[in-house]
Design a protein around this ligand. Structure first.
Ligand SMILES: [Zn+2]
Length: 169
């Protein structure tokens, strides 16, 4: 079978949002490497950056490689509170070493608050820099969950990512 010239990947992540210590188990609210002022933050083993996690999984999925939970198990003390940029960098390293390039990423972040728009440019820049691609290859949009269910009640954040990769020229 000839190798396909392009492959698609999908990444999904969800984190519960809780007050930070000492009131609760939440971590500082960080998304795509940007710290937001917010009374609740993600509960997670690493820093809980749901955008970096979903982007990492989309890239790994496109390559048909093990997912983020298999590569960086949440019972491994090495990843406790760790900057999730490391996961993204590992996905990028695997991408380059297997001869793929990213054509584009389309990211949808679903949360009631905080408003992402003031930090969107910075979030896109962080992702593009980690993956050594152009910001124009990264699209990021924020949506609310219309106040329904856990996400709509501000108790969770959800991220969906689709990516298209192609054989390196
Ligand atoms: Zn996650």
């Amino acid at each position: 079978m000839p190798q396909p010239a392009m492959r698609i990947g999908h990444g999904y992540d969800l984190h519960r949002l809780e007050p930070p210590a000492p009131q609760g188990p939440g971590r500082p609210f960080i998304l795509a490497g940007v710290l937001f002022e917010h009374p609740v933050g993600p509960v997670g083993h690493s820093d809980g950056d749901a955008v970096y996690h979903a982007v990492t999984d989309a890239i790994l999925g496109a390559m048909g490689q093990p997912d983020i939970g298999q590569l960086f198990p949440d019972n491994d003390p090495r990843w406790e509170g760790h900057d999730s940029r490391a996961f993204l960098l590992e996905a990028a390293r695997r991408l380059v070493s297997t001869g793929w390039v990213i054509l584009n990423l389309d990211i949808t972040v679903i949360c009631e608050r905080p408003k992402l728009s003031p930090c969107k440019v910075q979030m896109i820049a962080n992702i593009a820099m980690a993956l050594a691609i152009e910001p124009s290859q990264v699209n990021l949009k924020g949506k609310t969950h219309e106040k329904v269910d856990a996400v709509g009640e501000g108790r969770a954040i959800e991220v969906h990512v689709v990516t298209l990769i192609a054989r390196a020229p």
